[in-house]
Write a protein that binds this ligand. Structure first.
Ligand SMILES: [Zn+2]
Length: 393
């Protein structure tokens, strides 16, 4: 099974630990896309060895099985590259590809919303498996019927290797077309639905169908293959996470950075020392500051924690705050859609970003602002009316 997923931006509480990839081994980089393998992959190899030994297989047979699994995963990497490279054609970047025991995941920074693009990005993966299957089918000479008749069935060896591999690729292609959102088939299904429905509703329907399929997987897994249980659980988690994300995007739709800009915020003069900055922290409630020049230009941002950390070193007390601030290199314009900002790396990595209107800084914005906006909007069903009233007055 393979997946395309969206990297979830952090919310105020949870740091994106998954993005550090500590639990995964870096395999290499192809076409500027990093490929990782998750440590739990070792469990899969362990499972093959264990089941081989308990079935009385020889060392040679077990090695053939391991080689076979590794080759399948190589095909899965190619499948993910199918998604990634098709995505790139439309300008959507893939951050990385991770191999898990249940399959591969291509993590996109942003996913296509146009039904046609979403369809092409989703179908590109299974098409890679169909292409591999076709090439192997044409080039291998051994007969599938002979291999299916051998005992035990699916025994991997030099003769059966390529024939079984084309079968697996065919199966992978077909399996991924099952409409269990966010599996490829589910994305194709959503792309189809979003021709007639708003994207949010299309996602809800696709996720609901995906949920039913996932339950069926879990149920079948109890009797046949325990991997199906893990897959089912993964589908449910990934589907609900993406469904929430789409709902969030729908809430942000039509709103801009200018609507949530913080016009009053704490500033520190660039000439202050770190010791003086600590007094400012004690004076007020602010935990984030902008560093400004004498001409009120914002040149950096500073968190309370950075000041406290610097105070631990007695030598740095007299140093200027500019020595520990995060310099501000970019600004955003007031008309930037909140929807784009929510998934933007810039707002995730910066304490605060100045917002400009017609070239003038009108305030600052940070990720917490967006989260607050969402909380308020969710709690206010009549939001639109309220906002319009406030604006007209
Ligand atoms: Zn796929």
């Amino acid at each position: 099974m393979t997946f395309i997923i969206l990297i979830k931006p952090r919310n105020c509480l949870i740091e994106p630990k998954t993005e550090k990839m500590k639990s995964s081994l870096y395999l290499g980089q192809v076409a500027k896309i990093k490929v990782f393998i998750h440590w739990t992959f070792l469990l899969l190899i362990g499972y093959i060895v264990y089941s081989g030994v308990s079935a009385g297989q020889t060392l040679e047979e077990i090695c053939w099985h391991i080689l076979f699994i590794l080759t399948i995963f190589f095909c899965i990497v190619l499948h993910e590259f199918g998604h990634a490279l098709m995505g790139r054609r439309f300008g959507f970047k893939t951050k990385d590809i991770i191999l898990l025991p249940i399959g591969g995941v291509a993590r996109f920074e942003k996913l296509p919303e146009k039904p046609q693009q979403e369809f092409l990005v989703a179908i590109a993966g299974p098409m890679v498996n169909f292409a591999i299957a076709l090439i192997l089918y044409v080039t291998t000479s051994s007969d599938l019927a002979d291999i299916m008749n051998q005992r035990p069935v699916n025994l991997v060896n030099a003769e059966s290797f390529l024939t079984l591999l084309w079968m697996v690729n065919l199966t992978l292609g077909v399996f991924n077309l099952i409409p269990a959102f966010p599996m490829d088939g589910g994305r194709i299904f959503r792309a189809f639905l979003s021709i007639f429905q708003p994207r949010e509703k299309a996602t809800k329907i696709a996720a609901a169908v995906g949920f039913l399929v996932a339950i069926a997987f879990i149920f079948m897994g109890l009797f046949y293959n325990p991997f199906l249980i893990i897959m089912g659980a993964f589908i449910i988690l990934a589907a609900s996470s993406e469904s929430n994300m789409v709902s969030t995007q729908a809430l942000l739709e039509g709103h801009t950075a200018g609507e949530i800009v913080m016009r009053s915020f704490a500033t520190l003069d660039q000439n202050l020392t770190i010791a003086e900055a600590s007094e400012a922290i004690l004076d007020g409630q602010a935990s984030n500051f902008t560093i400004t020049t004498d001409a009120d230009r914002i040149i950096g941002t500073l968190k309370r924690e950075q000041v406290i950390q610097a105070l631990a070193n007695s030598e740095s007390h007299k140093k200027p705050v500019t020595s520990i601030m995060d310099p501000v290199n970019q600004t955003i314009t007031a008309d930037t859609p909140l929807k784009d900002l929510y998934t933007n790396e810039l707002i995730r990595t910066n304490t605060m970003i100045p917002v400009t209107y017609q070239g003038m800084v009108i305030g600052v914005i940070n990720f917490e602002n967006i989260m607050e906006f969402l909380a308020i909007k969710q709690a206010t069903p009549l939001w639109k009316n309220l906002l319009q009233k406030n604006r007209s007055t």
